[in-house]
Ligand binder design. Structure first.
Ligand code: F6P
Length: 381
């Protein structure tokens, strides 16, 4: 019997966090289950920072469906199995503090912890599950790269924001006869770039899964020029790379060995400069950045988040722990966290979107790739 549950949000924020929280709380209340928010993700589990969540008149979980961010905070790069501890003398040590968190869970009496997050978060959730904690994951990320699900919450909003940016770039690009480049997020997966390129009528979409040849892209733009179209719109995923080349990075963080330290970005500016040289058309880059994560969720994300939250609570009531809510063949479902985390088997090992993780990338037989090619969007190859 489930009586008391905790909800934690972890990783970069997305639109839809609060909608999931609200759905879990509402479903829980229908079954007399008490809900607590764990403040700032896994950190709150360590520091015992909990916040009661209810939909009573002055409850924390009311009026939050349309609200961006996360009412219970979120933490980036807090892997309790490899946790950064700054000692009194200023030196940094990485410790496995998971047992302390487990003790806190037992002490407070949580019967289940819901982990709202992406690949890294679910990796930690799986590790806690292996150590006997009742965990249920909900797949979050604007990157849409969590394995075993067709869609993560937050992704649709990010695509919509990118689409709106493309609509705006179209009109200014057309007016000034320029190439307008839009750099979007997505880490090592090209979902945001590809889908927003189709939604926003872009001429080119460069994604990490298809290394590009800049000359092919310039050719496409020159062909448009020949047909009297003196402007073009190009979408570039932050993880896009040239054939035989590397991903462009802004820098490397120093958050320890248990997380992905790469800060991606900068490829948009490079592409704009190269295309200006190759085509003679003036080019401008816009990096969309955190606009993709903030603000109110789309109707699609509100509904998806609500479905995921309600399903997560249902799984808890059925005692189906160690699972992740997913959309499979268009239907709400669940899979084991073990299946999701895949080959990333070592407890405490690297989390996040790294080579060791099991992220879902764009495949060449995907409808989006086929459609993009059919309508003449250049994919850089
Ligand atoms: O994973 C979500 C995401 O927004 C990526 O698309 C992006 O590369 C990254 O997070 C940015 O992370 P941070 O918030 O640490 O700058």
């Amino acid at each position: 019997m489930i009586k008391k549950v905790g909800i934690l949000a972890s990783g970069g924020d997305v639109s839809g966090f609060n909608a999931v929280i609200r759905a879990i709380v509402k479903t829980a209340e229908n079954h007399d289950v008490e809900c607590y928010g764990i403040v700032d993700g896994y950190n709150g589990l360590l520091k015992k920072e909990y916040e009661k969540l209810t939909t009573a008149a002055n409850g924390e979980a009311i009026g939050i469906l349309a609200k961006g961010g996360s009412i219970i905070g979120s933490s980036i790069n807090s892997n309790l199995f490899n946790y950064k501890v700054v000692k009194e003398d200023g030196t940094v040590e990485y410790q496995d503090v998971s047992d302390k968190a487990i003790q806190n869970i037992k002490e407070f009496g949580f019967d289940c912890i819901f982990t709202l997050g992406g690949d890294g978060t679910q990796k930690s959730a799986r590790d806690f599950s292996t150590k006997g904690v009742n965990v249920i994951g909900v797949p979050k990320t604007i990157d849409n790269d969590v394995a075993c699900t067709e869609i993560t919450f937050g992704y649709n909003t990010a695509v919509s924001v990118a689409m709106e940016a493309l609509d705006r770039l179209h009109t200014t690009g057309e007016t000034h006869h320029r190439i307008m480049v839009l750099e979007v997020m997505g880490r090592y997966a090209g979902w945001i770039a590809l889908e927003s390129a189709i939604a926003g009528g872009a001429d080119v979409a460069l994604i990490p899964e298809i290394p590009y040849d800049i000359h092919r892209v310039a050719e496409k733009i020159k062909n448009r020029q020949k047909r009297g179209k003196n402007f073009s719109v190009v979408v570039v995923a932050e993880g896009a790379k040239p054939i035989n080349g590397e991903i462009t990075v802004m820098g490397t963080r120093n958050n320890g060995t248990g997380v992905d330290n790469t800060h991606l970005g900068g490829i948009g500016q490079i592409i704009a400069q190269q295309l200006e040289e190759l085509t003679g058309l003036e080019s401008r880059n816009t990096t969309l950045g955190y606009m993709q994560r903030g603000g109110t969720p789309t109707a699609f994300d509100r509904v998806l988040s609500t479905k995921y939250g309600a399903k997560a609570m249902e799984l808890a009531l059925e005692g189906k722990f160690g699972t992740l809510t997913v959309i499979k063949n268009g239907k709400l479902d669940s899979v084991s966290l073990e299946e999701v985390v895949g080959k990333n088997t070592k407890i405490g090992a690297v989390s996040g979107n790294t080579q060791e993780s099991n992220i879902r990338k764009v495949t060449m037989d995907h409808d989006l790739v086929k459609t993009a090619r059919d309508i003449g969007i250049n994919l850089g190859d």
